[in-house]
Design a protein around this ligand. Structure first.
Ligand code: ADP
Ligand code: MG
Length: 328
C-alpha cells in the first residue's frame, strides 16, 4: 500500500453532450462516473477499451484539457488540472503528450516535417546549438526506427501513414513526457508497423518510465501490452482489472459475451473480431436509470432496471465488474 501522490487521478468523471436549452439533438452521456488512478511509479500501460461511441476519446480529450467535464475532477500530481496556472500548466502540457489515430490533421501541410521538431526544440528552450538540436532530433527518430534524412525535409503528404504516426510518437518522446495519451495509435497502420509501435511503447515504459493511456477497440493489442484495463460500455466501466485477468476470466456479461461469442481458441483474437464496428447508438437511450447493458444481457434481472450497478469486487487482483451478479 503506497500513499504517494498519483501521477494522474480521475474522480467520477462525467461528460454529457447536448440536451441544453439552445442545443438541438438529444442528450448523450458520453462518459459516466469514471474513476482511475495512474501511479507516479512504476510506469504502466493502462488500456481503455470499448466499441465505437463508448466514450474513449471523450476521456482522452478531458485529460488533455480539450473539453470540460460536466462533473468530476482530474488531478495531475495532486492538482486539479482546471486550476493549473503558470509553470504548473506548462509542465502539464509538456509532461502529458498525445498521439492520435490519424495524425495527418495535426500537421500543417505547408511546413516540412523538420518544422515540427524545430517547434519542439524552441518550446523546450534548453539552449541547444544547431548541431545539438539535430542530434536530439535524430535520437528521437531512432527510437521509432526512422532516420532524419528519410523524413525531415519532406512535407506531411509525402510521408506514409506509418511514417506520420512514428514522427508523432518521436515528437511526443522528445518532450520527455511522463504520460502519453495514445488514442487508437495503431488502428490505421498495418500489422508489422503496429507491432513496431507497440514495441516502442513497451520500451518507453520500461527504459524511460513513460506511462501510457492506451485507447483501443482492439483487445488483441491490449492483451499484448496492457498492464491494467478498463472496458467501457456506453460511457460506463463494465469491468476493470489486470488485463490478463479481465481477458482470461471476464465477469461482466458484456465482456463475457465479447470473449465467448466467437469460436476462436485465442481470447485475444476474439476481442479484435467482436469489438470492430459494433456500435449500438440505438440502444443508448433505451435504459433510463438502470444498467445500460440490460437490453442485450442474457443474465438480466428486474433490479438491473432500478439503478446502475456499482463496481463489485470479483476474483482477480483489484478486478471489479459493474454487475449485480457479484453483489454479496
Ligand atoms: P469513442 O472514442 O469510444 O468512439 P467518443 O468519446 O468519441 O467515443 O463518443 C462517445 C459518445 O459521445 C458518442 O455517442 C458520441 O456520439 C458522443 N459525442 C462525442 N463527441 C461529441 C460532441 N462533440 N457532441 C455531441 N456528442 C458527442
Ligand atoms: Mg474515439
Amino acid at each position: 500500500m503506497t500513499t504517494a501522490t498519483p501521477l494522474l487521478e480521475i474522480r467520477n468523471a462525467t461528460k454529457v453532450y447536448g440536451g441544453g436549452f439552445l442545443q438541438s439533438g438529444s442528450r448523450v452521456v458520453a462518459l459516466q462516473n469514471f474513476s482511475m488512478t495512474i501511479p507516479e511509479k512504476p510506469a504502466v500501460i493502462t488500456t481503455i477499451a470499448g466499441e465505437s461511441g463508448s466514450g474513449k476519446t471523450t476521456l482522452a480529450n478531458a485529460i488533455l484539457g480539450f473539453i470540460n467535464l460536466t462533473a468530476g475532477q482530474i488531478f495531475y500530481r495532486g492538482q486539479d488540472i482546471t486550476t493549473l496556472t503558470g509553470q504548473d500548466a506548462t509542465n502539464y502540457r509538456r509532461e502529458v503528450q498525445a498521439v492520435f489515430q490519424d495524425p495527418y490533421e495535426v500537421y500543417n501541410p505547408f511546413y516540412r516535417v523538420k518544422h515540427i521538431y524545430d517547434m519542439v526544440i524552441a518550446h523546450l528552450d534548453l539552449g541547444y546549438t544547431k548541431s545539438q538540436a539535430r542530434e536530439v532530433i535524430e535520437q528521437s527518430l531512432r527510437v521509432v526506427g526512422l532516420r532524419g534524412e528519410e523524413v525531415l525535409e519532406k512535407y506531411p503528404h509525402q510521408l506514409s501513414g506509418g511514417q506520420r504516426q512514428r514522427v508523432m510518437v518521436a515528437r511526443a518522446y522528445m518532450m520527455n513526457p511522463k504520460l502519453i495519451i495514445a488514442d487508437e495509435p495503431v488502428s490505421a497502420v498495418d500489422a508489422s508497423l503496429r507491432a513496431m509501435i507497440l514495441d516502442v511503447m513497451l520500451k518507453l515504459r520500461d527504459d524511460l518510465g513513460v506511462s501510457f493511456l492506451y485507447i483501443t477497440h482492439d483487445l488483441s493489442t491490449a492483451y499484448q501490452i496492457g498492464d491494467d484495463i478498463f472496458v467501457l460500455y456506453q460511457g460506463s466501466i463494465a469491468e476493470r482489472g489486470r488485463t490478463v485477468d479481465v481477458i482470461e476470466r471476464p465477469h461482466h456479461p458484456y465482456v463475457q459475451m465479447l470473449i465467448n461469442s466467437v469460436p476462436v481458441p485465442d481470447p485475444a483474437v476474439k476481442w479484435g473480431a467482436v469489438l470492430e464496428g459494433v456500435a449500438d447508438e440505438s440502444l443508448r437511450a433505451t435504459v433510463e436509470s438502470g444498467c445500460r447493458f440490460y437490453p442485450r444481457c442474457p443474465s438480466r434481472m428486474d433490479r438491473c432496471l432500478q439503478a446502475m450497478p456499482p463496481l463489485y469486487a470479483v476474483d482477480g487482483h483489484e478486478q471489479q465488474a459493474a454487475c449485480y451478479l457479484y453483489h454479496k
